[in-house]
Design a binder for this molecule. Sequence first.
Ligand SMILES: [Zn+2]
Length: 285
Amino acid sequence: MNKNSLFPITDHHMHLDPRCQGVEAARAFQRAGGTHIFLVSKPSWTIGVTINHPEDYRKVFDETVKMANDVAQVGVTAFPVLGVHPAAITNMCDRVGLIRTIELMKAGLEIAATYVEEGLAVGLKSGRPHYDVEPILWDASNEILSYAMVLTREAGCALQLHTESATQENIKEIADMARAVGLHPGKVVKHFSSPMIKEFTDCGIWPGILTGKGMIEEALLQGDRFMMETDYIDDPQRPGAVLGPRTIPRKSLALYKEWGEEVFRKIHQENPQKIYDVEIELTTT
Ligand SMILES: [Zn+2]
């Protein structure tokens, strides 16, 4: 346990790359007071994996699971969240065609679900492109997203989404997509959200709020139904492109004095425990 820790401090969306900072970033997070990470698999093409066959996704997922184990050595609990990046649809389509792309992305999600069933991961990751795409790719992305929701329901886990920027309309649409396949919207989290706490509460999906300047303060004014994330990308090509690993511990330890410990226990412990069905406790080492 970090001596600074009064309550668990969780980064809801982080990537760690053994070619870059990797465990060192987790150590920096831990020294600043961080305790738990939701460790999201990196997009295959950013770690030099070309997907020609569904089994190729195992290289991506095994690396995330291994990183979670390595991070445990420095006293940080990392929960793997595995899936396919929605931008893969553009990335793979040119190479293998749309039909094969849809097949590979669905099969990748099926393999990710087996990791959840084996207890190696706590959730799936899917979504749809955050940039404009042709209607045919948009429809295909929604088909893949809906399939991810079915797999999530079957695996009894949670689903993190990378999508276009949230609006009141599109998050309601996504919540309806989940309900249509029998997945409770409370098992769905939109990663990289802006502080629209009321809108998310109304539609039932959860937001992971990017811990940028002023964002958490704005969210707290509306309540405590959210998680905090950095989307730390740990990419050697883009050092400093995103928020650093110390951001959430520092922010939380600065803000709790004003807002109290209770809201931070909600944000870092109770909310993710409920969504992901995991245990988040301070451990003594
Ligand atoms: Zn990410």
